[in-house]
Design a protein around this ligand. Sequence first.
Ligand code: AMP
Length: 289
Amino acid sequence: MSANEELKPYLITDPREMSRRVDELRRQGKRIGLVPTMGALHLGHLSLAIASKNECDVTIVSDFVNPTQFAPGEDYDKYPRTLDADIDLLSKIETDFIFAPKPSDMYPRGFDATVHVGGVTGLLEGSFRPTHFDGVALVVLKLFNITRADVAYFGQKDYQQVQVVKKMVADLNVPTEIDMRPIIRERDGLAMSSRNQYLSDDERRQALVLNQALEEAKRLISEGERESSVIYDAMRAIIESAPSAKIDYMHIGDPTSLREMERVCGNVVVLLAVRIGATRLIDNILIEK
Ligand code: AMP
């Protein structure tokens, strides 16, 4: 084995093997950090793995394109799968374990369990993708049980997902702590996403309107605008300047319940889902007083 190979994260595909490893580490009193991902890793994912490395004794990055969170007709089949490149990236920051199970190991024949979190799943992404958060809650709970993580790191990029996971662990007494980290953006402001690679060059330029609209919302609020409808109008004008953009939703809401606010009052989160051609992108900004 070369020195280079020794630095590689230990690749585990079998959930039972992952649990056995974790049991040993927990017996040694190690603090375990988990970063759930669907692979096709970029700097956004790496920022979470680095946070875990800084705060935990052992970092596990899961790399699993979870079939249960995709509806028929969504991009499950074409979702990028780049395990070798992911392993190379994670080796650069000396991640301890990469857990990349097969779908048939996570959901063997006869698998019957479901996890449904109510409330916060009923709007926004939940309206456009009604089965999505059941799939997310299911896989995240399984990953927490397999890895018995002390802390799990999630990106603000999927803001609603973080609120769903927080509600799930609170309601079900799951002992894993949830740590949300900021959105990592390209230099021009586009939020990094594995799905950005679906965009053509022209669509990639048009996709900048998401961040521009969120920045405009922030500017208006900082200047004292409180009427959400005025802020939506300004955001819509920016987004619709991109010829391929179609808005799924714009939403100014309470940062925890996500309940929509007609008037801005206190801290708010502004969330967006926009289709650029065939690619659906989400983005958001937290505006704190
Ligand atoms: P995914 O592989 O898209 O399921 O994302 C795995 C984790 O990485 C989720 O917690 C995402 O919110 C997070 N993530 C994705 N993109 C970014 C980004 N640009 N900045 C920070 N975190 C991100």
